[in-house]
Design a protein around this ligand. Structure first.
Ligand SMILES: [Zn+2]
Length: 315
């Protein structure tokens, strides 16, 4: 096969996922293996290099066609030097990932944090394909963010731009503490964790809801109950959507994105969530920031990380 290929690595605490993308960002092959964090960074880096070499040699491409290798890692990363300053998932401190992998592979290596990389993946070949200015929000355990302007990740001073989950939107009187040390961050209400907490609070207060019959509560249970007309569940979903939309409105007037992409487990709630987000967003921005701007679900699911990591070597 002709053309360049891009290799992406999604480095997680339990598994290493490697993928091969063509110049359009189409994911051609994937491979997944255990991380083995307990064996230490040098062994994990050896393993990544081995998986990368393997996936290329198993494909119909040659090593000479590899434009570069990118890796997405959860943690605090010095983007310029490619050093993982701290990753709680991997229990790594000051690991020179870029230099170590370049030595092992003999090709350019770039690393970035997992949320930025997932945003780049969606922008390159997912729900943001063909759109230059994209903001991504991932609603999972927390609320992750990534901003792509002119097709490039906005990194900011120290690489900490786009921590969108920590936009403070909840009024102080209703706010609770966030993991970041602040209070009232959007993550405290619009993440799966926030939704479950609000549901448990409602059940604890003895409110009349079908959720009180469940022994364990997941965010999906709240969405299912809301779809069936449970008033309490519906109020929780609307609250999550409301504050997310307010955070998006704040982002919109700073960055003027054309498209917001919402992913993560919570986004699977579908229309019940998106309809409310779109409505509240529109009410909270000047009209020019709503016209021609769309709010859509992510498309790549768990592959966004691999595709975006591969895309780090695009330019
Ligand atoms: Zn926070």
């Amino acid at each position: 096969m002709s053309g360049k290929i891009y290799v992406g690595v999604d480095l997680g605490g339990t598994s290493i996922k490697v993928g091969l993308c063509d110049e359009q960002g189409t994911l051609l092959h994937t491979y997944e293996g255990p991380t083995g964090t307990e064996e230490g960074p040098q062994v994990v880096l050896d393993r990544i290099a081995q998986y990368v070499k393997q996936i290329v040699s198993d494909s119909s491409y040659t090593w000479e066609q590899v434009a570069g290798v990118g890796a997405g890692i959860a943690g605090f990363i010095d983007l310029e030097s490619g050093i993982v300053i701290r990753s709680a998932n991997l229990d790594w401190d000051n690991v020179e990932v870029k230099r170590e992998l370049e030595e092992r592979l003999g090709c350019p290596v770039r690393i970035n944090n997992d949320a930025n990389v997932a945003a780049l993946g969606e922008a390159w070949s997912g729900a943001g394909r063909g759109v230059a200015h994209v903001v991504c929000l991932t609603l999972g355990t927390g609320v992750g963010g990534g901003v792509i302007i002119n097709g490039k990740i906005v990194e900011g001073f120290r690489g900490m731009a786009a921590e969108l989950g920590h936009i403070k939107v909840v009024p102080d009187l209703e706010a609770i503490q966030c993991g970041c040390g602040q209070i009232g961050c959007v993550e405290t209400v619009s993440s799966a964790t926030g939704i479950i907490r609000m549901a448990k609070d409602a059940v604890g207060r003895g409110e009349a809801t079908s959720l009180s019959e469940l022994s364990t509560l997941m965010a999906k249970d709240v969405f299912d109950a809301a779809k069936e007309g449970d008033e309490v569940a519906l109020r929780i979903v609307k609250r999550a959507a409301h504050y997310l939309a307010k955070a998006m409105a704040a982002v919109a007037v700073v960055l003027n994105p054309q498209r917001f992409i919402i992913g993560g487990g919570v986004s699977r709630a579908g229309d019940i969530l998106f309809d409310e987000i779109r409505k509240v967003y529109k009410l909270n921005v000047p009209p020019a920031f709503a016209e021609g701007v769309d709010i859509v679900p992510a498309q790549l699911g768990n592959d966004a990380g691999i595709v975006g990591a591969a895309g780090l070597n695009l330019n």
